[in-house]
Design a protein. Sequence first.
Lengths: 473, 473, 473, 473
Amino acid sequence: MFADIKGLNEECGVFGIWGHADAAQITYYGLHSLQHRGQEGAGIVVTDGKRLNGIRGEGLVNDVFDKKKIESLEGTSAIGHVRYGGAGKGGLENVQPFLLHSQSGGLTLAHNGNLINANDLRHQLEMQGSIFQTTSDTEVLAHLIKRSGYLALKDKVKNALSMVKGAYAFILMSETELIIALDPNGMRPLSIGKIGDAYCVSSETCAYDLIGAEFVRDVEPGELIVINDEGLHAERFSLSASSAMCTMEYVYFSRPDSDIQGINIHTARKNLGKMLAKEAQIEADVVTGVPDSSISAAIGFAETAGIPYELGIIKNRYVGRTFIKPSQELRERGVKMKLSPVRKVVESKRVVMVDDSIVRGTTCKRIVSMLKEAGATEVHVCISSPPMKNPCFYGIDTSTHEELIASEHSVEEIREIIGADSLTFLSVEGTLEAIGRKGYGKDCGQCMACFTGEYPTEIYPDTLLPYEKELMR
Amino acid sequence: MFADIKGLNEECGVFGIWGHADAAQITYYGLHSLQHRGQEGAGIVVTDGKRLNGIRGEGLVNDVFDKKKIESLEGTSAIGHVRYGGAGKGGLENVQPFLLHSQSGGLTLAHNGNLINANDLRHQLEMQGSIFQTTSDTEVLAHLIKRSGYLALKDKVKNALSMVKGAYAFILMSETELIIALDPNGMRPLSIGKIGDAYCVSSETCAYDLIGAEFVRDVEPGELIVINDEGLHAERFSLSASSAMCTMEYVYFSRPDSDIQGINIHTARKNLGKMLAKEAQIEADVVTGVPDSSISAAIGFAETAGIPYELGIIKNRYVGRTFIKPSQELRERGVKMKLSPVRKVVESKRVVMVDDSIVRGTTCKRIVSMLKEAGATEVHVCISSPPMKNPCFYGIDTSTHEELIASEHSVEEIREIIGADSLTFLSVEGTLEAIGRKGYGKDCGQCMACFTGEYPTEIYPDTLLPYEKELMR
Amino acid sequence: MFADIKGLNEECGVFGIWGHADAAQITYYGLHSLQHRGQEGAGIVVTDGKRLNGIRGEGLVNDVFDKKKIESLEGTSAIGHVRYGGAGKGGLENVQPFLLHSQSGGLTLAHNGNLINANDLRHQLEMQGSIFQTTSDTEVLAHLIKRSGYLALKDKVKNALSMVKGAYAFILMSETELIIALDPNGMRPLSIGKIGDAYCVSSETCAYDLIGAEFVRDVEPGELIVINDEGLHAERFSLSASSAMCTMEYVYFSRPDSDIQGINIHTARKNLGKMLAKEAQIEADVVTGVPDSSISAAIGFAETAGIPYELGIIKNRYVGRTFIKPSQELRERGVKMKLSPVRKVVESKRVVMVDDSIVRGTTCKRIVSMLKEAGATEVHVCISSPPMKNPCFYGIDTSTHEELIASEHSVEEIREIIGADSLTFLSVEGTLEAIGRKGYGKDCGQCMACFTGEYPTEIYPDTLLPYEKELMR
Amino acid sequence: MFADIKGLNEECGVFGIWGHADAAQITYYGLHSLQHRGQEGAGIVVTDGKRLNGIRGEGLVNDVFDKKKIESLEGTSAIGHVRYGGAGKGGLENVQPFLLHSQSGGLTLAHNGNLINANDLRHQLEMQGSIFQTTSDTEVLAHLIKRSGYLALKDKVKNALSMVKGAYAFILMSETELIIALDPNGMRPLSIGKIGDAYCVSSETCAYDLIGAEFVRDVEPGELIVINDEGLHAERFSLSASSAMCTMEYVYFSRPDSDIQGINIHTARKNLGKMLAKEAQIEADVVTGVPDSSISAAIGFAETAGIPYELGIIKNRYVGRTFIKPSQELRERGVKMKLSPVRKVVESKRVVMVDDSIVRGTTCKRIVSMLKEAGATEVHVCISSPPMKNPCFYGIDTSTHEELIASEHSVEEIREIIGADSLTFLSVEGTLEAIGRKGYGKDCGQCMACFTGEYPTEIYPDTLLPYEKELMR
């Protein structure tokens, strides 16, 4: 839902559970908790110890599954996936988990992140006669594993992981074990929980609250964990692990009720808002947030600034994917879609409008203009993160849109473009401090590449798409 | 969506427009704005001046309509309806607008409210040979109009309205005119807007913001308005009109961005919360609201009480109607559905939990217990309206559930049942003051019957259903 | 399926059963047997003695019903209907059985035929305030019954039938009895069967073979029969009854395995073919029939003429309603649809092509040309009925197509238009003799109006549609 | 449709066209003509010279395709497939054409027949790391082609074909050429046609009549043909080619309007019936055929025997896949499904019932008993092919059913089991003579293995399924 407002899209969420009588149903609830990470497709694969069996489909979790389908997924262990699919990557065959059968047994895989050398690896594999069914990175890993010969599954996976580069939270399952792995920089969130005796894994901890599990621990960068009927076995597959968690997970992607590295997201966002109020020092009559992701930051801002927090912008909840878009003509006549102003709240007021980030600037411009038409005398835009100047190669789809406005324009230019009376971005230092990080650069434990251009991994210029290269110049 | 959380259901929303090239499409957007008033069915009927043509269906507006269907509804005027359907009232045939063709022309009707003498009228009509297709009140009015002989449509409608009792906002359309009528107590909201030269009508003003219309005025109690190509003509059909607007529209039903009688709903709710904080005088660490309807009241409470407002409870947005419900067993093991606590926010805290009303008490009890399990040391429940002790006969479906907890139990008993550390209801006087009303009883301009038992109309004991009679004892 | 080949459409089939544990399922099988009489919609209504309950839908019986739906129709008695719906008569609301509930009980009706004074009756009823939901004749009868006051249902039905004119086989059911009625000329087939102790009724006897029932007797013209738990009670409602069974039922509509008035349809058609061979006296190499309806006549023709019968034309079975029609361009390049020639069978042969009737002539012309392109040296068209010169007002939809070719052209002109080497129609006398009738005109027991223009009832000029009037000039 | 009556299932039909503006639409019509060869799934892949693009689905051609989908398949060349899928082989992923994309281009394949060494080949490929998506033979060929290195596509295909054994009519397409290949025994029909300048290929010639193409020639055993913008190039890939066309194609599978090796199927069947009448020498009153496949043989029988041919058995056309099957109880009470007797035709008659083959005997037994219950005094069963004693390994699914009755029982025993008054099978010699073959055994040009046990290829015992081995003992 955030997708077409923001132009910022996460690539996925994964969930898994081993050894629970209601494996498919719990995975179904788990995927619901992760639905905000991907609304284009969903799938669940179960094992009953003998055979893998799965259902996948396009759309929301509830579009894909009903009671009968979930009940047909018999087994005591399961993995599931929700996906976002950018342009040209759609189609049922790209919905995960990827499931393959062979005479020696089945294997299923799902993945959150992006392999930056996937094109190179695919080329090499095709040259050797491999037939690919999908355009997804996940199938590349599947082929690498299958080509690894007569090793135990865990060792085949380690072989394969030694060849891939990028950001990834992988989850794999055979008939008899569940394997998870996090990239050496730990760029995507992944954690372990426990429900009774059964281990579960999830991209976000909010899933544990929904299913009544307790949080055990985060998965470490470069860690590979095997879960089977003997229990949980963890080891490192990479020596050079060093944490660089995606900062946008705190700012925008994760759910407010999730925790990452021990920090609650709502609290982190409220702190970002408080820090922003300190840095901005605006005089105004009301503070309002852009729903839903900026509400926490706006509340924090209001609290610190001592300005009342109000619902100045409302989201039209039922405007979903099937909504008939207004024609250009109707739009010009005033027909709105996702967001409406609350006239009585903003009329004749100086308004602080808190948002979490600016990507292209078009949505921000539209909201400023909407507030002014509704009678706001001043609109002060306060962004609870630094200007986003650089593309992401680790699974966030900033690059399908023409351009990052902040890579081309100064803050003052952006202010003018969006028509605000003032525009404040949170500083890089303030951002890190608000989420409890110290230091700066490589050692801060966060990936700040989209703000600073310091990428935690090498970037492979030959595998970049043309527009990506241009963005990198 | 609120329905199964709260047990309080509005019965409908209506929208209409006369004389606009995009009549069907604008009605579609209008119904979207009113979607919260009814999610069981939706319909639109258009006229091109010669013939009425309509599409209806079960489900959300977006389930019923797509681009092709909206485009097939050619015409320059339209009426639309969203409905909530209680048990035994479902089925496509009960979805409105009701549309009938005869050799002398067509007629379409839609309705928000409840006719309290509908059963009597239906019995009389059937005795005279009328065949009913539906179980809805609306068809009763249609038959009364059709039996009114050779008068002009407006006069037929007045004849028919003179026979019906209850709460209603009616909207009717023939090939050549649109007629709206509000009951003599004006118990349901209904207002007029203007988009260019075209008049539109809507149950709530939030529709005007979405479609870019301007608000003109509220419809008065006992008023009948005819809109046609000559313009708008208003008259009174009842001399005994006296305003008794449903108070729950302010407290719970209407959207925060709507205004009723000049009062913004978000602002009214924030005032209810402020008044509640004054009356309650609670010491606590955090204030949290039950999403979505109580957020405004919670913000107001926090502001007045000087306690930080936090997201202590989160709503699982994607849990819709098709969600597979957890079995009793899974529920006991902790699987939640619509609402989850944000552990890090409430842990080791004294929590004020603001809600707008208590109907049966079961949801409230579940939330209190959820907050305590998440580590809250104290939970103080503060309700931004008085105890709801009496059933509603005017279109709010309190009566399909066993019992109103407040009609059977004292406040202290309720507190014990729901397991709260304290329980505060807003007073009747505080409620009226917060929404800007003065006086008390019949003259206050509001219907307070569910709180006080003072019904603004006679009640017809013979037409009450058995359980309704019991509730009335 | 025949519909777009021939341009001749029956209007319906009815089936009913009283007092059988599997009432809905048996009705489902019965409707399957009658599927050829109507493919646009189907419905079943059951009674369990207390309440009527029904399901209707557009499409084939199998499109409308599945196992779950049939099982949901609990009850021991049922009526069902399959319908053909001409242009402008479509829509779910016109699918039968028509079902109405009132405070005094339910009533359901279904009908095969056409009421020729339906428009007049509808006008009178609307003037008295009746609201119609459909455009079907059946609802007119429902209103007439409902307006008949405080009589027993049987007497209300007799009252109502005394007002209607035309061809009809009606089937009605309340919670406690099943009533059937046939028009005073018995123009539509309707018979009674018995399965164990349970009576059933059907438009055609082929249903009895499928469900394992035994044939009891045909319903008589002007007869009204009540079936309830006491058994079967028959009486006359019209004194002026005189049989005029539709001859096209023998020639074209009914299934070859049905019997009408004791005559098997396949045998009747074979006899029509034999008589045609005698009258035509053609020299040829092969005889072929146009599938499916003319196969029996072609076999009879071949037997009498001593010419081998071959499959010279084949029907593409899977070309159903959803078939994508070839564009004009592809059609000209040779793409065929429903019928293909069998080249090796007709090449270099003199071919007798037997068909049952010619309506517009376009299909016949296309088949002749197809056979010639496939190499037939001569094509002799032999039609097993007389030229169809007059429209039908009794439920056969000849009149939705521009024109009956035989009302405008001589046999020689038609031969030239269709491009045949010879064209022979069976004589009126030969037709009657082949189906075992003697005499001619009013006393022959058959309706021959479409051939001779002698209509068995008055025709109401004022209620004819404009194009019908033109056809009657 | 024949499937559950007979227990004999063909495995597929293929169609292709190169260089025609309406490639997808013509393929759609072609697949319609082949629909009887497979009703479980259908697919079309097109090329516009640059990219392959396809749509596949489960069900009939008309279930899978609509106008919009066909129009979305832009391109000037196409291949298509209809499939029958036995138990455990279902699922969308097994629907053909199989389509694969790689960085060096796309490839699509479809196939009619059975590779008898597919399991062996698949095992070897998986040991080398190949990942299979389907359980179909076709994918084995795809992997063999892809592993063939840097050759031209034609040579890769020849490499791959040199490794496979069995019966196959393959059709392959890249962006720039269409390749077809027939196994060295030419066991499945495959021919070439021409529509304007465009070559097309089809499993059966009946497709050419429907699309207005002219027949060019049959594909020869062991022939590989490349069609591209330069024209058609044919060569042999196998030196040991010797014709052994499946005899059941004449007896049962192919459409009556197709020709194989210059012989029309209807004519061949009529000749089989004539030969059978000569061999059987039965005295009777009527001859009837089991619809649809035995009609031609019955007509031939009747002509030679001088006994009238009648419609004694009728097929219920609308009883499709979605038909609700009668319960055992209803079946015992007489509810029939696909076939009904025509009582008036068989009552008190000595009936010759002509059928084309007996597989398990259960259907035959049911029909005999049905005819006797309908009053036939004698039922003489005459089968227009020899007893089927041996399983087929070349793509005909006789082996999914328990047993071939003729491999276990003598003719007299079968007669007693099915309850007939006499039972006659056509002799092996008579069968060959009727379809114009001379000689006997290997040199007759036909595969008679199911009758005689003389298989035209080696049989691979290790790859047989357990029940197949048992059948081979």
